[in-house]
Ligand binder design. Structure first.
Ligand SMILES: Cc1ncc(COP(=O)(O)O)c(C=O)c1O
Length: 382
């Protein structure tokens, strides 16, 4: 049995849709990016959606549009993909890191206020592995200090808090459509938000700051540029894939949930590890990106051996994320690293194994993973 950690599910629908674009004269600036935005807005019940070329581009675009630069600070989680921090640093502003909670890897909300200074302009949280952050408490902090609140939703399509989709609690949420995510466009991203004027600004600055789209140009090729901006657009080819993936998303999410529950059950009682929980059915609805197990401290040194044994049995695994971001060389050399500040993030980076639950797999695969991991860990636990 071959069990890859992730595999995009691209069917005949996506292939036909891409071929249709390629056979048409419109590869960018067409109706499909707009349709994908509308479909994504409908799924998340968002007033506005802005397609972008990646989640990183979307987050950078937001901070750039806010006018952040040298001397500004943004509070970000230490336990995340480096993109969450890079998007801040690319503007010249400084990422200020906050440790994670050990129970589920999300930002430790009780430590956010201590990281806020008079220079703080924004606050970013990450719904780690699709487990939603309990947003009302974060929103209260953002309001108290008048901070722009960004939700990094790279792994959070299908995650809800109090019946509101992830990304709509703060001021903007940004999603990723990288291949192994919940849905893919190969590369791509989407910003969702409530504020119409900010959405308009994002649309302007994601396309050079030019004042009219192709469709709005009375004379072809004639436009003005009213602001400094990027080319962070999504092409029609990517959007065509996204539209087809949106139709499949509810099914993908249901399979992820069923797989997660089966694997969690299969791992119950395995000595030496615990499953990081993912809530469903209550205020918080997770969208099950993967199942992460935290090894007991003494077993942490054996993680490479355990992952190699899984790999030898054709079971893919991964690590989310390989280091607390402030410990990564770029940030460590820039700001120094005080290990005492990020104990939980470090414990998660060094002691977890992420196991697959994606829709390319079924219950029989979950049972196979559980029995093999049980075997392997029993061989290691003394
Ligand atoms: C939490 C988080 N944020 C951002 C990103 C970057 O997304 P993209 O590759 O679409 O820029 C990732 C990618 O895995 C991620 O996990």
């Amino acid at each position: 049995m071959e069990i890859p950690f992730g595999r995009p599910i691209i069917g005949p629908e996506e292939k036909t849709a891409v071929m249709k674009v390629l056979e048409s004269p419109i590869l960018v600036h067409g109706p499909l990016a707009t349709q994908f935005e509308d479909d994504f807005a409908a799924f998340t019940k968002s007033p506005h959606a802005v397609s972008v070329s990646s989640c990183t581009a979307g987050m950078h675009l937001i901070y750039f549009t806010l006018g952040l630069g040298a001397g500004d600070e943004v509070v970000v989680p230490a336990m995340t993909h480096v993109a969450t921090a890079h998007a801040v640093e690319l503007t010249g502003a400084k990422a200020v890191f906050v440790d994670a909670k050990l129970d589920n890897g999300n930002i430790d909300i009780s430590k956010i206020e201590a990281a806020i200074t008079p220079r703080t302009k924004a606050l970013a949280i990450v719904h780690y592995l699709g487990v939603p952050v309990d947003m009302p408490a974060v929103v209260a902090i953002a309001r108290k200090y008048k901070l722009f609140l960004v939700e990094d939703c790279a792994l959070a399509p299908g995650a809800w808090v109090d019946g509101v989709h992830a990304g709509l609690h703060g001021d903007a949420g940004v999603f990723s459509f990288y291949p192994v995510k919940h849905l893919t466009t190969a590369e791509g991203g989407m910003i969702i938000l409530k504020d119409r004027d900010f959405a308009k600004k994002l649309k302007l600055l994601k396309a050079f700051g030019v004042d009219r789209t192709h469709g709005e140009r009375k004379v072809p090729g004639v436009y003005d540029t009213v602001a400094l901006g990027f080319n962070y657009r999504m092409s029609e080819i990517h959007a065509a894939i996204g539209i087809e993936q949106m139709k499949k998303l509810p099914g993908f999410l249901a399979t992820r949930k069923a797989n997660f529950e089966a694997l969690e059950q299969g791992l119950a009682g395995v000595r030496g590890l615990r499953v990081l929980p993912q809530p469903t059915g209550g205020r918080l609805e997770s969208c099950h990106y993967c199942l992460s197990v935290l090894l007991d401290e003494p077993l942490t040194a054996n993680r490479p051996e355990i992952m190699a044994a899984l790999s030898a049995r054709n079971i893919g695994s991964s690590v989310y994320y390989p280091q607390p971001v402030p410990r990564m060389t770029y940030y460590r050399e820039k700001y120094g690293y005080d290990a005492a500040l990020y104990l939980n993030a470090a414990r998660i980076s060094d002691g977890t194994i992420a196991l697959p639950v994606g829709p390319h797999l079924g219950i029989e695969h979950m049972n196979h993973i559980a029995s093999n991991l049980r075997d392997i860990v029993n061989g290691v636990v003394k």
